[in-house]
Design a protein around this ligand. Structure first.
Ligand code: PLP
Length: 394
């Protein structure tokens, strides 16, 4: 029986970029001890107080079908948070609760792209982006960025590909590069979007993890609120990756159509998860700071270790839970390096190529293990790179 082109072409070349991660998982399953620095999963579990709230909500009876756009109290809390953080007046009607940011990425592209439309995205990109866009039957087109710019996109590069496109997907703070887009970068992006009548899909799931500079939501820029859909999530800010609770912020009319899409697809998010998310948001800044703090510490550890050698370079990590390392001095591709490091030292990192062409010759290291082990793994990685460097490095 034939399957649809749409589903068989989510990953058309058979690769989804997760091969090193999957190999590491197989090694772990076969009893090998692997230092796992691949995916963005915190090394702390969801806070006990949030789980207690979840348990209380479930045993209290919130286990039936929940309100599909989201429970009013959670939509209000997210609207208030967005208003406070961005200054853009945001109401319940601007908020749709989704099963995580991933579902929000699919829903937003479905909302704005017709089959075959061009959906632009910035390269390097989060590894699911191309497949997500193809799953909506749109066509992903990557806009290159450059290591020497700290991977901040150039407006002229976006403009060069914007003609006839429907949407542009950006992500700041950025996975995998750690870039936090500057005001100048975002002004340039806004100008291109307005001039080319593009929807802007702004993935801000790392907005609570900013180590230098300030996170600015492009929805707050002049003329952008009516053409921007913001993707948010409880996953990273509250260590709730498995709870699957995220949201979309956008114009009321778009949110109302997106609610129809939710009815037709997920039928919303479980009520006890939404209650727990509301509890977590109401716990305030202190909890978010506590969850983000280990990444701030480990970024400093990485800066110190990488700073004292030359075989590996580090892209300035301004935000998010990763560091992007330049291993081009080894003459290896990121893929070759990641496989060799896993085979010889049982350290698993993501090849830059999993995130697009612009990150070739780099590897992404998730800062998701305890400080001492993290530092030791990075030191080993740098030694490994020095051993393989094409010209001797100090
Ligand atoms: N966007 C980015 C940039 C991510 O890195 C992730 C997860 O790692 C997601 C979206 C999806 O997050 P979730 O679906 O857990 O909210």
């Amino acid at each position: 029986m034939k399957l649809s082109h749409r589903i068989t072409h989510i990953n058309p070349d058979g690769s989804d970029g997760w091969e090193v991660f999957e190999k590491a998982r197989r090694m772990i399953a076969s009893g090998i001890s692997v230092t796992e620095l691949t995916i963005g999963e915190h090394d702390v579990r969801t806070d006990r107080s949030i789980l207690d709230a979840m348990h209380g909500a479930a045993t209290g009876g919130h286990t039936g079908y929940a309100s599909v756009p989201g429970i009013p109290a959670l939509r209000d809390a997210i609207a208030a948070r967005v208003t406070e953080r961005t200054g853009v007046p945001t109401r319940r009607e601007n908020v749709l609760i989704t099963p995580g940011g991933q579902a929000a990425l699919f829903a937003t592209h479905t909302a704005v792209c017709n089959p075959g439309d061009t959906a632009l995205m910035i390269d390097p990109y989060y590894a699911t982006y191309p497949g997500t866009i193809r799953a909506t039957a749109a066509t992903p087109v990557a806009i290159p960025t450059h290591a020497e710019d700290g991977f901040q996109p150039r407006a002229e590069d976006i403009a060069a590909l914007a003609k006839g496109a429907r949407s542009l997907l950006i992500n700041s703070p950025n996975n995998p590069t750690g870039a936090v887009y500057s005001r100048e970068t975002l002004d340039g992006i806004a100008k291109v979007c307005i001039e080319n009548d593009l929807w802007l899909i702004s993935d801000e799931v790392y907005d609570s993890q900013v180590w230098s500079g300030d996170h600015l939501s492009p929805r707050a820029l002049p003329g952008m609120a009516e053409r921007t859909l913001v993707v948010g999530s409880m996953s990273k800010s509250h260590a709730m990756t498995g709870s699957r609770c995220g949201w979309i912020i956008g114009p009321e009319e778009v949110i109302s159509h997106l609610a129809d899409l939710s009815v037709a697809t997920t039928y919303g998010v479980p009520g006890f998860i939404q209650d727990a998310s509301l509890f977590a948001l109401n716990a305030g800044q202190e909890l978010e700071t506590r969850i983000a703090e280990p990444f701030r510490r480990r970024r400093a550890i990485a800066q110190e270790i990488v700073g004292r050698q030359q075989a590996v370079g580090m892209i300035p990590a301004e935000g998010a839970m990763y560091v992007m390392l330049d291993i081009r001095a080894t003459g290896m591709t990121g893929e070759e390096f990641a496989h060799a490091l896993l085979d010889t030292h049982h350290i698993a990192v993501m090849p830059g190529e999993s995130f697009g062409r612009s990150a070739a010759g780099h590897v992404r290291v998730a800062m998701t293990i305890e400080d001492t082990a993290f530092g030791a793994a990075l030191e080993r990685l740098c030694e490994f790179a020095a051993e393989r460097a094409e010209v001797p490095v100090a």
